[in-house]
Design a protein around this ligand. Structure first.
Ligand SMILES: Cc1ncc(COP(=O)(O)O)c(C=O)c1O
Length: 363
C-alpha cells in the first residue's frame, strides 16, 4: 500500500494554502537583490515590531534552553487586565490560525457544517474540510458579510459560524450593532467565531464583550501578527467564556507558544504608542493608495484594514509583472477574484513604488 492509500480521505482532498511569497524566495527565483524587494502580500506591519518587543525577545532567547510556560500565565494575566476579563477567559495559540484549528478539534467532525462568508479568510474552510465537515460558504453582498444570509444558512448540523471583520481579503467591516443582533439571533447549538485579526486598525472597533457577559456562544480571535508586527513569532489568542477557553486549552499542545513569542507579545502590549502610530500611519497609507488608484482609474474596495483589493484586469498577470519588479502582492484568484490583487498598505515610500509599478503593469 502507498502512504496515500493509508492517509485519511480528508487529507487527500485538502486544498493547498498558498501563502504570500517570502522575499528570499522571490529573490532566488528572479535573481533579484532581496534588499530591493518589498513584500505587500501578507498584511504584515511595514513598520516592523515594536522596539520594546524586539528587546524582550532578545532577552528571552537567553533562557532558550528552558521550555516555555505552556499556560502563558503572564500573557493571559496581562490580557485579562487589558480586556477587563478573567485570565481564564483566554487561550493563546501559535498564531490565531492555531485557535481556528483548536476550534475544529473541539467542535467539528464528519457530517457537521461550518458556515462562513465567501470570500473570507481561507483557513476557516481548510480546517473545516480537514475535520471532514462541510463548509457552507455564503457570498458577500457589496463586499460585506451578509449576516442575515449567514444566519439563514444555519441548520441543526451547524457547529461554528465564522465572521471575519474587518474581512480578509475585502477589508470591509460589520458594525457592532449588526454583530450583536446577529449573535443574539443564533440558535444555542452554534458557536459564533468573530475573527478580529485586523480590529486594531479600526477606530471604535466593535466590542463583543457584552455578548460574552450574556453567556452567548461566542469566541473572538486576535493576533499579534498584524498591528503588533510579530507575524514571524506566531502568536495570537482567543477570548470568550472560561468554559470555552478551558475546552480549547485542553486540546492544544503542551508548549504550543514559544517563550520568545510570549515575551515579545507581553512587551508589545506595553507599547500602546507603537500600535497607535501604526494605525495612524495605516490610515494615511489607505488614503494614499485610494488616491493613487483613482488617478490610475483602478477600481478598489474601500478598506478599513491594512490591505486593499484593487481591480487590475488579469490579477495573475499583474501579480507576476509586479513581482518581476520586486513588489510582491497577493493574487486573489483562489478567492474567486481573478481580476483583482490584494495589496498590503506599506510605508509612504513603499506605497509610492507600488502605485508606480501598478501604473506600469496596467497601462
Ligand atoms: C482574518 C485572519 N485571521 C487570522 C489570521 C491568522 O493570523 P496568525 O495566525 O498569524 O495569528 C490571518 C492572517 O493573515 C487573517 O487574515
Amino acid at each position: 500500500m502507498t502512504f496515500q492509500e493509508l492517509a485519511k480521505p480528508s487529507v487527500l482532498t485538502q486544498p493547498v494554502y498558498e501563502p504570500g511569497k517570502p522575499i528570499e524566495y522571490v529573490a532566488r527565483e528572479l535573481g533579484l537583490d532581496p534588499a530591493t524587494i518589498i513584500k505587500l502580500a501578507s498584511n504584515e506591519n511595514p513598520w516592523g515590531p515594536s522596539p520594546l518587543a524586539v528587546a524582550a525577545a532578545k532577552r528571552a532567547i537567553e533562557a532558550g534552553e528552558l521550555y516555555p510556560d505552556g499556560g502563558c500565565f503572564d500573557l493571559r494575566k496581562k490580557l485579562a487586565v487589558k480586556w477587563g476579563l478573567g485570565a481564564d477567559q483566554f487561550v493563546v495559540g501559535n498564531g490565531s490560525n492555531e485557535i481556528i484549528e483548536l476550534l475544529g478539534h473541539v467542535f467539528v467532525g464528519a457530517g457537521d457544517e461550518v458556515v462562513m462568508g465567501a470570500p473570507a479568510f481561507v483557513v476557516y474552510k481548510l480546517v473545516t474540510l480537514l475535520f471532514g465537515a462541510k463548509a457552507i460558504e455564503v457570498p458577500l453582498v457589496n463586499w460585506k458579510h451578509d449576516l442575515t444570509k449567514i444566519a439563514a444558512a444555519v441548520t441543526p448540523r451547524t457547529k461554528l459560524v465564522y465572521v471575519c471583520t474587518p474581512n480578509n481579503p475585502t477589508g470591509t467591516a460589520n458594525t457592532e450593532a449588526e454583530l450583536i443582533a446577529f449573535v443574539r439571533g443564533l440558535p444555542d447549538h452554534v458557536v459564533a467565531v468573530i475573527d478580529e485579526a485586523y480590529a486594531e486598525f479600526v477606530e471604535g472597533a466593535p466590542d463583543m464583550r457584552p455578548l460574552i457577559a450574556e453567556r452567548r456562544k461566542i469566541v473572538c480571535l486576535r493576533t499579534f501578527s498584524k498591528i503588533f508586527g510579530l507575524a514571524s513569532l506566531r502568536i495570537g489568542y482567543g477570548y470568550g467564556s472560561a468554559e470555552l477557553c478551558a475546552l480549547l486549552n485542553r486540546v492544544r499542545q503542551p508548549f504550543n507558544v514559544n517563550a520568545i513569542a510570549q515575551a515579545a507579545a507581553l512587551a508589545a502590549l506595553d507599547d500602546a504608542a507603537f500600535a497607535e502610530n501604526t494605525a495612524r500611519e495605516n490610515r494615511v497609507g489607505l488614503a494614499q493608495i485610494e488616491q493613487g488608484c483613482r488617478e490610475l482609474r483602478l477600481e478598489f474596495v474601500p478598506s478599513v484594514a491594512n490591505f486593499m483589493l484593487v481591480k487590475v484586469g488579469d490579477g495573475m498577470r499583474v501579480f507576476d509583472a509586479l513581482q518581476r519588479k520586486g513588489v510582491i502582492v497577493r493574487p486573489v484568484k483562489s478567492y474567486g477574484l481573478p481580476e483583482w490583487v490584494r495589496v498590503t498598505i506599506g510605508t509612504h515610500e513603499q506605497n509610492v513604488r507600488l502605485l508606480a509599478e501598478l501604473k506600469a503593469a496596467t497601462r
